[in-house]
Design a protein around this ligand. Structure first.
Ligand SMILES: C[S@@+](CC[C@H](N)C(=O)[O-])C[C@H]1O[C@@H](n2cnc3c(N)ncnc32)[C@H](O)[C@@H]1O
Length: 390
């Protein structure tokens, strides 16, 4: 069964999607059997999102945009890439002439940034993309060829990270798509929540084990209250360390929704932040619609900063998305279109509202900049830098 009764309002998947989900369910069931009846939630999430040819990001259906499951900022508005281009332009001016984008989705950000940077007179020498999904890589190629044909020759797709990198690394909504571990505190013990086979028609069910190793150490550091369930981002920390290792001189910009640790692990947020997105419906059950829905969590920006600092990176800035975009001049960019030109101005103004409003993406989304050999302040953090809250 793919849609449980409590989510009966969700649209049923078409038969071909259902067939892929059934194959993925079989693959995960095989791993659970091979693992003695249990796998970590992190492994379940990794397979559900990225199993080659079957996972959510790998199986070829349309995920991003209005016809998909969710919309990201570069999909929503060209204002986002135009603002980011101003920040990248400043860094390019400091000799960081290569860009590496991680997890480029449909290619919307690259397709907006490349012409935006060229228009500012600071085109990069190279634009590399590292993308785990073969299907999305094809979509990126097509989108960039169509919307940035003059710059498309600068774009190269990487299969692995280079050994050394001087330049700018960017990732929009990538950290939230990195698999997480889930822990809970119960009767004074710290347990890890994993996945086992379900009973009575359910494919999968949750099952707890005593937490150990790095997960236990990370959970202890958080001093969680009793009867508390949350995510711990071990893989995201390793992800940040992998960029710190290769970066010789440059800056890393991650944009995503999330909080610093004191807000993330607030006593009242006692069931974590995990959410699933399916056809613009949000819910919290990752065990249904396997491979057909996005599974995501908020980002712990303190852990990102801490992993970077431990690996030799400086925090160059941390701000809300609204503050960052304002610092990058979103109002000037909007002002280039006359408000009397209602046809062009009205959609841009409503997109700006989505990007900036505290009730939409403005406050929940944050931008963090980490770097090596770069002196702050960067343009996007000139005002309202909140690095002290991390
Ligand atoms: C939520 S989408 C965001 C896409 C895009 N950046 C945007 O803002 O529209 C997450 C993207 O990260 C990619 N991704 C996830 N983990 C990755 C990894 N370890 N390395 C590279 N790409 C990854 C996914 O395949 C997908 O393209």
């Amino acid at each position: 069964m793919n849609i449980p009764p409590h989510l009966a309002h969700l649209p049923p998947p078409p038969p071909e999607a259902q067939a892929i989900s059934d194959r993925l369910t079989g693959l995960i069931a095989g791993e659970i059997a091979a693992g003695g009846g249990w796998i970590s939630f992190s492994r379940f999430m990794e397979l559900a999102l990225y199993a080659p040819g079957l996972g959510y990001y790998s199986a070829g259906s349309r995920k991003l945009g209005r016809d998909g499951d969710f919309v990201t900022a570069p999909e929503l508005s060209p204002l986002f890439s135009r603002c980011l281009a101003r920040q990248l332009g400043e860094l390019i001016g400091h000799g960081l002439t290569d860009i590496l984008e991680i997890g480029a989705g449909s290619g919307a950000l690259a397709a907006g940034l490349l012409p935006g940077l060229a228009a500012l007179g600071c085109a990069p020498d190279n634009y590399f993309i590292l993308e785990v999904s073969a299907d999305l890589r094809e979509r990126q190629q097509a989108r960039i060829a169509k919307h940035a044909p003059q710059q498309a020759g600068k774009v190269r797709w990487l299969d692995v990270l280079p050994a050394n990198f001087n330049g700018i690394i960017i990732g929009n909504e990538v950290l939230d798509a990195i698999p997480v571990h889930i822990v809970r505190t119960h009767d004074g013990a710290i347990e890890e929540i994993g996945i086992t086979r379900g009973e009575s028609g359910e494919a999968f069910a949750r099952a707890c084990r005593k937490a150990d190793g790095a997960l236990l150490a990370a959970a202890r550091d958080l001093q969680l209250p009793d009867d508390y369930e949350t995510e711990i981002h071990l893989a995201a920390r390793a992800f940040v360390r992998s960029f710190a290792r290769i970066l010789k001189r440059g800056a890393i910009l991650f944009i995503d929704y999330g909080f610093p640790a004191h807000e993330y692990y607030h006593p009242q947020r006692n069931r974590g932040t995990l959410m699933c997105h399916y056809r613009h419906h949000a819910h919290a059950d990752p065990l249904c619609l396997v491979g057909l829905q996005d599974i995501t969590t908020h980002v712990d920006f303190s852990a990102v900063a801490g992993a970077g600092a431990a690996a030799g990176l400086d925090v160059l800035g941390y701000a809300t998305q609204a503050q960052f975009l304002i610092n990058c001049g979103i109002t000037d960019i909007l002002g280039e279109v006359s408000a009397e030109n209602v046809r062009d101005y009205a959609p841009l103004a409503s997109q700006a509202q989505m990007l900036l409003s505290p009730a939409e993406m403005g406050e929940l989304f944050k931008v963090i900049a980490l770097g090596k050999g770069i002196t702050p302040p960067l343009l996007g953090f000139r005002s309202g830098d909140k690095s002290h809250t991390l």
